[in-house]
Design a binder for this molecule. Structure first.
Ligand code: PEP
Length: 253
């Protein structure tokens, strides 16, 4: 089953609108316009409009938000709806990132509501899952990942999985410089695919794109992407520099 590579930049709380414009100019010139991969940039909310302006109708680079409300509209001060993200030009939205889970108390039930709301508004969720080091060392890896997948994807129809990307991000590898080995990542991502097969059937699982995230850099991207169940990356720190993010893209093609 061939799956199109998808490489996403999670800028987290970095990059003002002005810095976003400065990033995009050299970045968009550093790889061929028609790449064999889908490329996604996820700036902070306030920089989305500037990014949309810089991207224009780029054939390969799409825009994502890093989070959204599960509510459609109303008295929810400080929140942003799926429709607002679509209107500003987002095609994707990152949901359930480990920082949202650990720092802002998001659990699978609210993440599930967000997945439903995103799909209803025509946004493609990049759904993040991943275990802590304690969970991995304690033999809980498979339990944690299957719970996160079952909880976050509850009530999702098999047909909707075509619009969902899974990002497997071991929490101990995010922002730590400690990458999962290609073998560790492959073994875990094959397990993730087997859970998807149980939930949605083998055909859907075989077509679902599963990214790896956790200290991906230009130097480790090629070896990671060569693994059969790694279909792309969610990149944090190394995506803040246009040269290093473009190198990761080139190494993955
Ligand atoms: C992330 O935040 O999704 C991430 C993978 O960060 P980093 O690449 O910095 O580890």
């Amino acid at each position: 089953m061939s799956r199109k590579t998808i490489i996403a930049a999670n800028w987290k709380m970095n990059m003002t609108p002005s810095e976003t414009a400065v990033f995009l100019e050299p970045f968009l010139q550093s790889f061929p316009e028609a790449t064999a991969a889908d490329i996604v940039i996820a700036p902070p909310f306030v920089s989305l409009a500037k990014a949309a302006e810089g991207l224009g109708a780029h054939p390969a680079v799409a825009l994502a938000a890093q989070n959204m409300s599960h509510e459609a509209s109303g008295a929810f001060t400080g929140e942003t709806s799926a429709a607002m993200l679509g209107d500003v030009g987002c095609a994707y939205v990152i949901l359930g990132h480990s920082e949202r889970r650990s720092l802002y108390g998001e659990g699978d039930s609210v993440i599930n509501q967000k997945v439903h709301a995103a799909l209803a508004a025509g946004l493609k969720p990049i759904l993040c899952i991943g275990e802590s080091l304690e969970e991995r060392d304690g033999g809980q890896l498979e339990f944690v990942l299957s719970q996160q997948l079952e909880g976050s994807l509850a009530g999702i129809a098999a047909a909707a999985m075509a619009d969902i990307v899974i990002a497997y991000e071991p929490v101990w590898a995010i922002g730590t410089g400690r990458t999962a080995s290609p073998e560790q990542a492959q073994e875990t991502q094959a397990y993730v695919r087997s859970v998807l097969a149980n939930l949605f059937g083998g055909k859907v699982a075989g077509a679902t794109r599963i990214q790896y995230g956790g200290s991906v850099k230009p130097g480790n991207a090629a070896e990671l992407i060569s693994q059969p169940d790694i279909d792309g990356f969610l990149v944090g720190g190394a995506s803040l520099d246009p040269t290093s993010f473009a190198e990761i893209i080139r190494a993955s093609l």
